[in-house]
Design a protein around this ligand. Structure first.
Ligand SMILES: Nc1ncnc2c1ncn2[C@@H]1O[C@H](COP(=O)(O)OP(=O)(O)OP(=O)(O)O)[C@@H](O)[C@H]1O
Length: 246
């Protein structure tokens, strides 16, 4: 369970996040969408335990976010791979930090992600899609309490992005890890988020939380509700971008 109660983040005298309240049950995916600069990455950083300068209550399974108390997987915008480590070493990195590297490489995961022949390569010699697969392997190997992804697929071309969205859904179906992902794409939010949080522009707040009936439906674009729901979110985003119109 993820609980956020009256969360504020301030830099100097400016509120970046303002009065964020959230209750997310364990084992769901939640997509966060909102105008540029509204504080989406800041929210992820707070949940990851990377940012401590906040006010309010933030709890993951009843405790403040901390690498000592929970296992938190984090996939940043640039995949977060260490260029001086091989694919294999990058995948094992999280497990090493968790002191579980002795279990060795999670072979099924590596095979499912098509990484078996790339284990000795370095990240710079991989395509964007391959790098993203490595970062997913590292995150899912952890069997994390919470997986945070900051625009995980935005650097990929459209076809590879759609492939990676399917890869994510397949992995998630097997593990049902609680996941929060930030995205700029309405379609991505509709495919990957059981819940969709629409944020207001700076200072970031929650404009609307939507229960999404299209989650993980591979034919979601063909469903009748798709165009009305995506229109609704785009309208929310337009309004959310201009607080006066709320
Ligand atoms: N260390 C910092 N000091 C001061 N201001 C900061 C700092 N880090 C972030 N900010 C500001 O906080 C605001 C929110 O930034 P954040 O990166 O969380 O937004 P975002 O919604 O993820 O943006 P984008 O969609 O463009 O990636 C921005 O105005 C940013 O300039």
């Amino acid at each position: 369970m993820i609980t956020v109660d009256r969360l504020y983040v301030r830099y100097d005298d400016t509120n970046i996040l303002e009065d964020i309240n959230l209750n997310l049950p364990t084992g769901i995916t939640c997509a966060v969408i909102g105008p540029s600069g509204c504080g989406k990455s800041t929210l992820l950083n707070v949940l990851a335990g990377l940012q401590k300068n906040y006010q309010g209550l933030v709890q993951i399974n009843g405790a403040n976010p901390s690498p000592k108390k929970q296992t938190i997987g984090f996939i940043p915008q640039n995949y977060g791979l260490l260029p001086w480590l091989t694919v294999k070493e990058n995948i094992l990195l999280g497990l090493k930090i968790k002191k579980e590297a002795k279990q060795g490489l999670p072979r099924n995961l590596v095979d499912n992600l098509g990484l078996s022949n790339l284990l000795n390569r370095y990240p710079n010699n991989l395509s964007g899609g391959q790098q993203q697969r490595v970062s997913l392997a590292r995150a899912f190997a952890l069997k994390a309490d919470l997986l945070l992804m900051d625009e995980p697929f935005s650097a990929l071309d459209a076809i590879t992005r759609e492939e990676m969205q399917d890869v994510f859904i397949d992995l998630w179906q097997k593990q049902k890890v609680s996941t929060i992902l930030v995205t700029h794409y309405v379609e991505e939010a509709l495919y990957l988020g059981q819940k969709i949080i629409v944020m207001t522009s700076a200072p970031g707040g929650i404009y609307k939380i939507i229960d999404n009936p299209l989650f993980s439906d591979k034919n979601f674009r063909d469903r009748e509700i798709f165009s009305s729901l995506s229109k609704e979110i785009r309208n929310y985003l337009k309004k959310a971008g201009s607080k006066n119109e709320r």
